[in-house]
Design a protein around this ligand. Structure first.
Ligand code: C2E
Ligand code: CA
Ligand code: CA
Length: 752
């Protein structure tokens, strides 16, 4: 669609009036005259020609003469000047061939093909050969006697019309070439910003003049309600970049852009062009161009072709953007995805941010359980809320992405990657459609300067290592990556491989630590503790290998082996008359989560003929609390079998009284760390509280790690029921224990 100014304005918005007199471009503009070069060594010929053509106009344009009195001078002028429409050339100057030689120079050497050449000669005998006329594209051939105004006028108008046609064809060709070339370039634009800036540059190149222009874009179709803004601008519009359309000071420009956004087309004024650049996917893109000189017919045509072409490029751009989006944006949250995060972090690793920034992986605690319990829709809402909260609280300082499921990635300055800032974000409840939800997160942080390697994946790997550890050992906290962890990790892997063969090679065994009744000093049972003496004869402490076994799942069969070994030992003791003793076995939460745990337990009880009440399972406090519903079911089933339960390391977790009450445990084991402090007022305070709690709930309280008689005395005073520790015996081998038992109490300690 093309509208001519100042022809008409179909919807009568007064657009024409508004646009006709742009103050900057106003001013009458007479078209430039045709330039005619007279080449003749006879000054009279110059005078006569100019006189004959004075005030002549051809196609509304006047004539301007240039004068050369020799071939050399003519050559110089031709090389220097542009846009010479016609050369009136004397064939015979200082030599017979000077004129024809000049023709060859103009066409071949200077490469000027569009200028028309009219040969003139004094005598009929000097007429050039027909071949010359053809080969050098000579327009006309005249005798100098034909200098009448009328004849000259006809000659020149024919030549000029021909010149104009050639120029048009040429301009068209060049313009189209330009359009094709810049379309290719525009297609390569990575962003709307780059694209629109390139359009402005190319439009100026197309018409070969300075353009003060701007391009206004309504961002996306989805935001069609949103206001278009000036995306790119050049020249006197440059300061308008980023402004919303409605805030443009210039009424004319604003009205015109409004008009074109609403109604696609193009508008041409004297020195104004407004183009609708399509891009419907983006909700519209329009250009406003203010020109230094008016466009000719060809330029208008080209401009229109250009506009259509840009529209095509632009729709491709939005397609490309959409493709890029699909690859880089998380569909659910609209945040950058893992791939985008990797690229951005990779970039940061290579610029100044390497010294100032950190990568944080932030994971929602117990999201899977939450998702299962409340449904995926609720889970999605929660993810969205968390993403939004992070974005709001961290602002532009942080680059936020969704890495996977419930894991978010942040690239942010080191001073923001601190527990206070990160965990503070989650202190407030989340409002999920009226439902208040508390969200806890665990975060792993790696400072970019700690990262070995330049790729985003290097940083992400380190961050994942630390996040994984934090999820295991420091839930709800922020953990920091240290380079040493990588070697530690490697060593652990090595250890795990050794552990796999340990059992087959009889490197694992149990030792037992007696447990006594504080009021009677009689042995009531024993805790069995796992030991590993590796191939090199070194004793590996359980604190080192049990967590590894838990992570790898090895603990499942390791745990069953322990349970069987303990049961076998108990059977032996029972056979020796120690029928009242119970054996306590430490059980890991990983074992409890096995669906066949209860069946396994029943089999062991059956296989070794162990009365259930003689077996006690020690579970840690956090195990009893975490994942409460599922764990509690198993614990109830254990109790229903008659097997006893002890809450190990009591006081180190966060059990609430309510939980404890509902939890069917038999025994609380006061952690060694409290017993050790029994001689201080605070230490004794905690112990007293735990003991009272046990009394209130009707539970037996056992203090572990008792090393001194005074501690035992004090514990007894406080009402503690049972005890265990180096004071009585360290953990000892099974046969040693038997000897110990015999020594301790002999027959009467054997009880029943
Ligand atoms: P725990 O269950 O709290 O075990 C008590 C730990 O305290 C044992 O360390 C024991 O040797 C030590 N101990 C006992 N009396 C004293 C004392 O008077 N003073 C001091 N300073 N320490 C004392 P151990 O054997 O190194 O076991 C460490 C942990 O390894 C255990 O802590 C338990 O959590 C885990 N563990 C040991 N065996 C097994 C097992 O068979 N299965 C599972 N799942 N965990 C086990
Ligand atoms: Ca224990
Ligand atoms: Ca313990």
């Amino acid at each position: 669609m093309m509208q001519e100014w100042p022809v008409s304005n179909p919807d009568g918005t007064g657009l024409v009036d508004l646009l006709a007199d742009d103050p900057v471009v106003a001013g009458a503009d007479t078209p430039p005259p045709w330039r005619i070069l007279i080449v003749d060594d006879d000054a009279d010929v110059h005078l006569a020609t100019e006189f004959a053509l004075q005030d002549a106009e051809i196609q509304g344009r006047g004539l301007q003469f240039l004068n050369a009195f020799s071939a050399a001078e003519a050559r110089e002028i031709m090389a220097r000047e542009r846009d010479i429409a016609v050369v009136l050339l004397d064939v015979v100057m200082n030599s017979d061939s000077a004129g024809l030689q000049l023709v060859r120079v103009i066409r071949d050497e200077l490469g000027i093909a569009d200028t028309r050449i009219v040969l003139r000669t004094g005598q009929p005998g000097q007429a050039p050969e027909i071949e010359v006329i053809r080969d050098y594209d000579i327009n006309d051939f005249k005798f100098k006697s034909e200098l009448s105004r009328n004849k000259l006028y006809i000659t020149l108008s024919t030549a000029i019309r021909s010149y104009e046609q050639i120029r048009e064809l040429d301009d068209n060709r060049r313009g189209l070439e330009h359009i094709v070339r810049c379309s290719t370039l525009l297609m390569g634009a990575q962003s709307l910003d780059e694209f629109t800036r390139a359009v402005l540059a190319h439009v100026a190149g197309l018409i070969g003049q300075r353009v003060d222009g701007l391009i206004c874009v309504r961002q996306t179709a989805a935001e069609r309600g949103e206001e278009p803004i000036v995306q790119a601008a050049s020249g006197r519009f440059e300061s308008w970049i980023g402004k919303p359309l409605s805030r443009l000071e210039d009424d004319r420009v604003r009205t015109q852009l409004d008009h074109l956004l609403a109604q696609p087309g193009s508008l041409f004024g004297d020195r104004l062009v407004a183009l609708h650049l399509g891009c419907e996917a983006r909700g519209g893109m329009v250009a406003y161009l203010s020109l230094a000189r008016p466009l000719n017919r060809i330029e208008r045509n080209l401009m229109e072709v250009f506009g259509n072409n840009i529209a095509m490029c632009a729709s491709n751009l939005s397609l490309l953007n959409r493709l890029r989006n699909a690859a880089y944006v998380d569909a659910l949250l609209g945040l950058p995805n893992r791939l985008a995060f990797l690229e951005t972090v990779g970039q940061a690793l290579q610029d100044a941010r390497r010294d100032t920034h950190a990568v944080v992986l932030l994971d929602i605690d117990q999201f899977a359980e939450l998702n299962d319990a409340l449904g995926q829709r609720h889970g999605d809402l929660l993810l969205k809320a968390v993403g939004q909260r992070l974005g709001e609280r961290l602002g532009t300082a942080a680059y936020l992405a969704r890495i996977a499921g419930d894991t978010f990635g942040l690239l942010l300055p080191l001073d923001l990657a601190v527990p206070d800032r990160l965990l503070g974000i989650f202190r407030d409840f989340f409002d999920l459609q009226g439902v208040e939800q508390r969200v806890m997160v665990t975060a792993g942080v790696v400072a970019l300067r700690e990262v070995e390697g330049q790729r985003g994946s290097d940083a992400l790997k380190d961050a994942s290592i630390i996040l994984k550890r934090a999820k295991r050992d420091q839930r709800g906290e922020v953990a920091y990556f240290r380079r040493a962890m990588v070697t530690e990790g490697r060593e652990q892997l090595q250890l795990l491989q050794e552990l796999r063969v340990a059992l087959d090679q009889d490197q694992l065994f149990l030792i037992y630590q007696p447990q006594l009744d504080l009021s009677t000093d009689r042995v009531v049972g024993m805790e069995c503790l796992l030991r590993w003496r590796n191939g090199a004869g070194q004793l590996i402490p359980p604190d080192r290998f049990i967590p590894l076994a838990e992570q790898s799942g090895l603990i499942v069969w390791l745990g069953e082996w322990v349970l069987r070994a303990a049961a076998a030992h108990l059977r032996q003791l029972r056979a020796r008359g120690w029928g009242e003793l119970r054996v306590a076995v430490n059980v890991s939460v990983v074992q409890l989560r096995q669906p066949d745990f209860i069946d396994m337990l029943k089999r062991v009880l059956h296989d070794y003929q162990v009365p259930p009440e003689r077996l006690e399972l020690e579970i840690t406090e956090s195990m009893a609390m975490g994942d409460f519903g599922a764990n509690r079911r198993v614990l109830d089933e254990i109790r229903q079998l008659g097997v006893e339960l002890a809450l190990d390391d009591f006081g180190t977790g966060y059990s609430s009284l309510g939980y404890l009450q509902r939890l069917a445990v038999n025994r609380l084991k006061i952690d060694r760390s409290f017993v050790r402090n029994i001689e201080t007022p605070e230490g004794v305070g905690i112990i007293r509280t735990v003991i009272q709690l046990g009394h209130t709930l009707g539970l037996t309280v056992l203090a572990e790690g008792v090393e001194k008689p005074a501690w035992a005395e004090r514990l007894k005073e406080l009402g503690c029921h049972e005890t265990q520790g180096y004071l009585y015996s360290p953990p000892i081998a099974g046969d040693e224990l038997l000897a110990w038992l015999e020594r301790q109490g002999g027959e009467d300690a054997r009880g029943a």
